[in-house]
Ligand binder design. Structure first.
Ligand code: URA
Length: 235
């Protein structure tokens, strides 16, 4: 690829900013200053430096976001703020999208990426990547619900859900943890709806083996590390 493109991608700057760096002699290839923006370098070149710092092109971006209440899980929306709106200024040239959805009023872990294959993989029904939620109900959890979730709740429309874990909170009878292994629209609300119980709060705390970083306040995000990505790929 062209050197100016390589530098622009690596530093998340514009092509013209990248050309300025190159023509000013701030970029080296194989230890030699290169002032030619159209010089060809390999896409995975490891010997390009800008201002003395080695550059490696990050092929894809993977972020964990703590979604706040009221933000929609979409890339764009005519009316509401989206999860992508919360991160896009930091990645102006990336086509980020949410890998999976939360309802507008739900909060917690949303994974954003521009890696379509990865998203497809972790969302594939066959992979059964688990999703863990803290749920606040308008009534106490009962043994009937725990057993029903374990066996597979049949929704009002006749669909039977895969077995799920429902773990009551010892300190608060109206709180629980739910672990799902599939993703059906409004799944948790509909599962509790079968017992005439309403959901007052729903917060996703983990995707597969990867927990939402508790240091992220609502609306905050950070990049997922390579080790954390492995945790997701494994489950
Ligand atoms: N189940 C729901 O009902 N809503 C969510 O946002 C996620 C799971």
């Amino acid at each position: 690829m062209r050197l100016d493109k390589f530098v622009a991608q690596a530093l998340q700057i514009t092509r013209s900013e990248s050309r300025t760096l190159i023509t000013k002699g701030k970029v080296t290839v194989g230890g030699e200053v290169c002032r030619k923006a159209d010089a060809q370098v390999a896409e995975n070149a490891a010997d390009v430096c800008a201002q003395g710092k080695p550059l490696g092109v990050q092929q894809f971006v993977y972020l964990m976001l703590n979604k706040p209440d009221g933000v929609v899980s979409a890339s764009t929306d005519g009316r509401d703020t989206t999860v992508v709106d919360l991160v896009k200024d930091a990645f102006p040239r990336r086509q980020l999208f949410p890998a999976g959805r939360l309802d507008k009023t739900s909060t917690g872990f949303i994974l954003l990426t521009d890696d379509g294959n990865f998203a497809h993989d972790i969302l594939a029904p066959k992979r059964h990547v688990s999703k863990t939620y803290t749920v606040v109900l308008d009534a106490p959890v009962t043994g009937e619900m725990v057993r029903g979730f374990e066996q597979g709740v049949t929704l009002a429309d006749g669909q039977t859900m895969d077995p799920a874990e429902l773990i009551p909170d010892e300190a608060d009878p109206c709180r629980c943890t739910v672990v799902l292994h599939q993703g059906v629209y409004h799944q948790i609300k509909r599962m509790f709806g079968v017992y005439d119980v309403g959901v007052n709060g729903l917060h996703r705390t983990a995707i597969g083996g990867l927990a939402l970083d508790e240091g992220l306040a609502p609306g905050q995000w950070r990049e997922i590390t390579a080790g954390e990505l492995e945790l997701l790929r494994r489950r």
